[in-house]
Design a binder for this molecule. Structure first.
Ligand code: NAD
Ligand code: UDP
Length: 345
């Protein structure tokens, strides 16, 4: 089996004492993971990013690749190479998150959640690292309770197109709980609600990326169903702050914590807002509602406020403005790259 370098590097522990080791971020080349890697490197951590690039992109971490405190390892968490040397923290974000992407290969998605979590929990057990799981509001399925509190057990199907993701994440939470209770691993579980922001891939398939890409191209916006289903959108900067706060908190119990923005809006309102902000000539077209699409989603964040002192700061309007600007810049860069100097003459 391959093994990965054992640099012994100093890192600040939450208590302020200097300890030796790295922070591992799996899924670090993805949308959320790349922002997390950036924040951690900026804060002085040594980061090993592990990603198989199934939905992640090297361009997301390109500026970090030359940083002395950052390393990238292309690997699959299902078949994790041996990681030598001390590890202080593990953020497990590896898993396709867009329904369009995680449904492409449902068996891979389920295996990523279950085997990935097992491999990383074993690594945490061996090294004494603290480990955080990127869980999801999808563990609540199509909720019959709103807002969703952590005690709500959820309304989830163990088959159907979303099951590979929902049940995989639920099983991973079970593993995190049992490794904490039976093996003393220091675990954290973040239940992440819909998050958006710069670096979502234009072909990601999730609603914010779809609507912005469609509007900037002057295409019609595709609302699935009647658009009355709701979501609550959290800016990625807020989410990253919440993930780090959860990791660094001195929680004594392995209970999950919701991280999201409680401002709930319908998909139809989101479409109208993006059309207005981009001043696009686009109209609305309706497409079939995907099977098992949750009707409502809104986090109760009382626990995150009480335990972490965390709450989101970025409102949807400015958050969308920055995201639209990012998508517009990326489209321009792509157009410029296609427009060679020879053609320009
Ligand atoms: P993303 O698809 O952009 O990132 C996922 C990353 O994981 C990608 O870089 C991908 O290449 C990598 N990956 C997937 N399977 C892997 C495997 N088997 N081995 C190694 N790498 C693998 O998605 P995201 O939005 O950045 O989500 C990150 C995490 O947060 C995911 O675990 C997701 O379930 C969770 N989450 C995200 C949201 C959200 O709205 N963004 C909501 C709830 C939960
Ligand atoms: N959606 C939509 N049009 C799109 C993409 C998504 O109407 O082009 C809807 C989707 O049916 C869901 C909501 O937007 O009700 C959020 O979908 P997304 O894929 O972003 O994430 P989900 O919360 O379903 O995991």
């Amino acid at each position: 089996m391959k093994s990965v370098g054992s640099e012994h590097r100093a890192c600040e522990s939450p208590t302020g004492t200097r300890r030796i080791g790295r922070t591992i971020v799996t899924g670090g080349a993805g949308f959320v993971g790349s922002h997390l890697c950036e924040a951690l490197v900026r804060a002085g951590h040594h980061v090993l990013c592990i990603d198989n690039l199934v939905t992640g992109r090297i361009e997301n971490i390109a500026p970090l690749l030359i940083h002395p405190r950052f390393r990238f390892l292309r690997a699959d968490v299902i078949d994790l190479p041996v990681i030598d040397g001390p590890v202080l923290r593990i953020y497990n974000l590896a898993c396709p998150a867009s329904p369009a992407k995680y449904q492409l290969d449902p068996i891979f998605t389920l295996r990523t959640s279950v085997l990935g979590a097992t491999n990383l929990l074993d690594l945490a057990h061996r090294t004494g690292a603290r480990i955080l799981q990127a869980s999801t509001s999808e563990v609540y399925g199509d909720p019959t309770v709103s807002p969703q509190v952590e005690e709500y057990a959820g309304s989830v199907k163990c088959w159907g197109p979303r099951a590979c993701y929902d049940e995989g994440k639920r099983a991973a939470e079970t593993l995190f709980h049992d490794y904490a209770m039976r093996r003393g691993v220091d675990t954290r579980v973040a239940r992440i609600f819909n998050t958006y922001g710069p670096r979502m891939a234009p072909d990601d398939g999730r609603v914010v990326a779809n609507f912005i890409t469609q509007a900037l191209n002057g295409n019609d916006l595709t609302i699935y169903g009647n658009g009355q289903q709701t979501r609550s959108f959290c800016h990625v900067d807020d989410l990253v702050a919440g993930l780090i706060a959860l990791m660094e908190s001195d929680l004594k119990q392995p209970a999950p914590v919701n991280l999201g923005n409680p401002a709930e809006i319908t998909v139809a309102e989101l479409a109208a807002r993006i059309i207005s902000m981009t001043e696009a000539p686009s109209r609305i077209v309706h497409r079939a509602l995907p099977v098992d699409d949750p009707r409502r989603r809104r986090p109760d964040i009382a626990r995150a406020k009480a335990w972490l002192g965390w709450e989101p700061k970025v409102d949807l309007e400015p958050g969308l403005r920055g995201t639209i600007a990012h998508f517009a810049r990326a489209m321009l860069d792509e157009a410029e790259a296609l427009f060679t100097p020879a053609e320009a003459i």
